[in-house]
Design a protein around this ligand. Structure first.
Ligand code: ATP
Ligand code: FE2
Length: 326
């Protein structure tokens, strides 16, 4: 079985092709980069509709597979930015209709989880999903990926990117902040806001912008990381103690951060659990994760009607996870 997957939720148009052994046959991506400021959804969608067909053609070429040999077409159906999601969906529907292939709409967040599980060879981890827009602690319970804790305002990556932007650091600011933080020497008190099993980051953002007026940038970067990562580890720890999972899996772009890995690793160890990090190449958005999750779903008999619309607010816990043993 071979599945082609299209990722198109925000800045990346990615096309991946995988087979049922979990082998990656193709991985093609293009990125929208705004000239300045944040992402402009319509502009991103426009670029993707212009170049999407070429990315699909390159992926088929890379895999050396004619489209007639593809068993199903998967695409990210949500969550994400409406104009981008619709562009990916149009491409997927076109292929499905033209070549009479089944269509599988994939939840983008779940795809981040499934690619992490595949590449780290895990069955049932506690998942800490930290990207630009999303910050969620997730575990499989009674047939669904349940959210045990999440941000109530902005995502952890957005916190870093927004603070970076305020400091004149270009997007994505995460890696640069990590470098700065290594040079930080003094810890500056910043608001630590955990609400039950959830988080908020906007107070921390405002305080960190203010702190930069008085303290060296390195010290603020260091303190910002320490506070934000410790808050995240606290809610992850609560979920780990509750679910008693034996593995912790970090996914999403922020997972690349070494200091974050250190803090999460120490937390997992205290509970006798091991820490795993999705390989960097597959931490950010890509078509392979959509293809692989689409394959798991298709194998479990799940397909999507051609007229089903995208869902920009699709939640991780809305999906019946029928493709893994419960
Ligand atoms: P999603 O749609 O799943 O929310 P996304 O596009 O918002 O995904 P990703 O591509 O998964 O996000 O990750 C991008 C984020 O990761 C950016 O906010 C970026 O600053 C952050 N990031 C990347 N590398 C690092 C790092 N070394 N340390 C901290 N943050 C990082
Ligand atoms: Fe993503």
């Amino acid at each position: 079985m071979i599945v082609l997957g299209i990722e198109c939720t925000a800045h990346t148009f990615g096309v991946g092709i995988v087979n049922n052994k979990g082998e990656i046959l193709a991985d093609q991506r293009i990125q929208y980069r705004p000239k300045e400021g944040g992402i402009r959804p319509r502009e991103a969608a426009q670029m993707m509709s212009e170049k999407g067909a070429d990315v699909i053609a390159s992926a088929l070429k890379e895999a050396g597979v004619p489209i007639t040999d593809i068993d199903a077409i998967a695409f990210s159906i949500g969550p994400g930015l409406g104009p981008c999601l619709r562009t990916g969906a149009v491409a997927a529907r076109y292929l499905a209709r033209k070549y009479e292939k089944p269509l599988v709409g994939v939840n983008h967040c779940i795809a981040h989880i499934e690619i992490g599980k595949l590449l780290c060879r895990l069955q049932d981890p506690l998942v800490v999903y930290l990207s630009g827009a999303n910050t969620q602690i997730i575990a499989l319970a009674k047939g669904r990926y349940r959210v045990f804790g999440e941000t109530l305002d902005i995502g952890l990556g957005n916190l870093l990117d927004s603070w970076g932007r305020a400091m004149g650091i270009p997007f994505p600011a995460g890696p640069k902040i990590e470098e700065l933080a290594k040079k930080g020497k003094k810890f500056i008190e910043l608001p630590y806001t955990v609400k039950g099993s959830d988080l908020t980051f906007s107070g921390l953002y405002t305080a960190a912008v203010k702190a930069a007026e008085r303290y060296p940038l390195e010290d603020v970067a260091y303190s910002l990381q320490e506070v934000a990562f410790t808050m995240t580890a606290e809610v992850a720890e609560r979920a780990l103690a509750h679910t008693e999972k034996k593995e912790v899996l970090l996914v999403g772009g922020v997972a690349a951060n070494k200091r974050l890995q250190e803090i999460m690793g120490a937390m997992a160890e205290e509970h006798g659990a091991s820490l795993h990090v999705v390989p960097l190449k597959y931490a950010a958005d890509n078509g392979v994760m959509i293809a692989w999750t689409g394959l798991l779903m298709y194998r479990a008999g799940l397909t999507t009607a051609l007229n089903e619309t995208v869902n920009p607010r699709f939640r991780t816990d809305q999906v019946d996870v029928r493709w893994v043993p419960i």
